[in-house]
Design a protein around this ligand. Structure first.
Ligand SMILES: Cc1ncc(C[n+]2csc(CCOP(=O)(O)OP(=O)(O)O)c2C)c(N)n1
Ligand SMILES: [Mg+2]
Length: 322
């Protein structure tokens, strides 16, 4: 697929922003500054950046907790993310939640329910509503390889295919579900084979190639908007950090990580931009500078943001009926 320069630079910008923001979160976690947990997408950023950048503004996403790139692309700011991790009032949930199980319906982000793959059936419901209303909008849902072993995943895949609703399912196949390697939880080689059982088209792409993810997403969104139903996209990648920053992941062979390091999504993109003469070193340098400034400002904002009042714990928990 021919991707325009502006779109390539946008992909690069969000890859960098996601990587550097989460790296800063990791550092703060190690200093004991983060109130909840810190689940990063290190090494997997191309997936959520790619699928989110390929969407239109009116589309809706049902992400999972490793989709920081998608949160940022859809408009949750680094300031809000940083304040969230520090448990501050200026954070995404005003300091109520500490696991990035967040959403914002105004930005088309459905809140993540924590139970693995439970976002899949919710996405199907939203897609069904778009179909009934005749709207040309698309919904995405993303889960990990482990999430695809849950019942909700299969029920959602089946109904989406039967109803031919405009949903596109993504799977971050990062080889591990916490400490369980893929071979101990499924007897197939590619997670995408699961889609066959539901008569759903699928693709397996290099999840560390942001252009490949973006292009596959675009193709699937076009199909969905044309009324041709759902697609399942498996993005092969590797979880380069532990399950969470508290986990040293000693159960992952070091050689495997060394191998995947050579396929880093950010370096892959820098190589592409340079070798195809898409961006000059100055252009790339100015993106880097902008990202670093944005993260510094975010941290400053989060530090200054107050802690919430205790009474706020009960506010905004349920929607107020109109
Ligand atoms: C139904 C359910 N079981 C267990 C958990 C606890 N849990 C959270 S993340 C996780 C591992 C998820 O692995 P995977 O789906 O491969 O995603 P990854 O963390 O690798 O991105 C587990 C077991 C949960 N949130 N929901
Ligand atoms: Mg996994």
């Amino acid at each position: 697929m021919d991707v325009k320069k502006d779109d390539l630079l946008r992909l690069y910008h969000y890859l960098k922003l996601t990587r550097h923001l989460e790296d800063r979160v990791t550092a703060l976690y190690r200093q004991g500054r983060i109130l909840g947990g810190a689940w990063t997408s290190n090494g997997m950023e191309a997936i959520s950046v790619g699928y989110a950048c390929a969407l239109d503004k009116d589309d809706v996403i049902a992400p999972y907790f490793r989709d920081m790139g998608a949160f940022l692309v859809r408009g949750i700011t680094p300031k809000m993310i940083m304040a969230h991790y520090l448990g501050k009032k200026g954070g995404v949930t005003g300091g109520k939640e500490g696991n990035v199980h967040v959403g914002d319906i105004r930005l088309g982000i459905l809140g993540y329910p924590s139970h693995l793959a439970d976002n899949y059936p919710v996405a199907v419901g939203v897609a069904l509503s778009f179909k009934i209303r005749g709207e040309k909008r698309v919904v995405t849902a993303c889960t990990g390889d482990g999430g695809t072993s849950r019942g909700d995943f299969h029920e959602a895949m089946n109904m989406a295919s039967v109803w031919k609703v405009p949903v596109v399912f993504f799977c971050n196949n990062n080889q591990y579900a916490y400490s369980t390697p893929l071979r101990l939880q499924m007897a197939i080689k590619n997670v995408a084979e699961r889609a066959l059982a539901y008569g759903m088209p699928s693709e397996t792409v290099d999840g560390n190639d942001v252009i490949a993810v973006y292009s596959a997403a675009k193709r699937a969104y076009d199909r969905a908007r044309a009324g041709k139903g759902p697609t399942f996209i498996e993005c092969k990648t590797m979880r380069m950090h532990g399950h969470s920053e508290h986990d040293a992941a000693k159960y992952v062979p070091r050689e495997l990580l060394e191998e995947w390091k050579k396929n880093d999504p950010l370096i892959n993109m820098e190589r592409y931009l340079t070798s195809n003469k898409v961006a000059t070193p100055e252009e790339m340098g100015s993106i880097d500078k902008r990202v670093r400034e944005e993260i510094e400002e975010a941290e400053e904002f989060a530090e200054k943001s107050p802690l919430p009042d205790g009474k706020e714990a009960l506010e905004g928990v349920y929607a107020t009926p109109v």
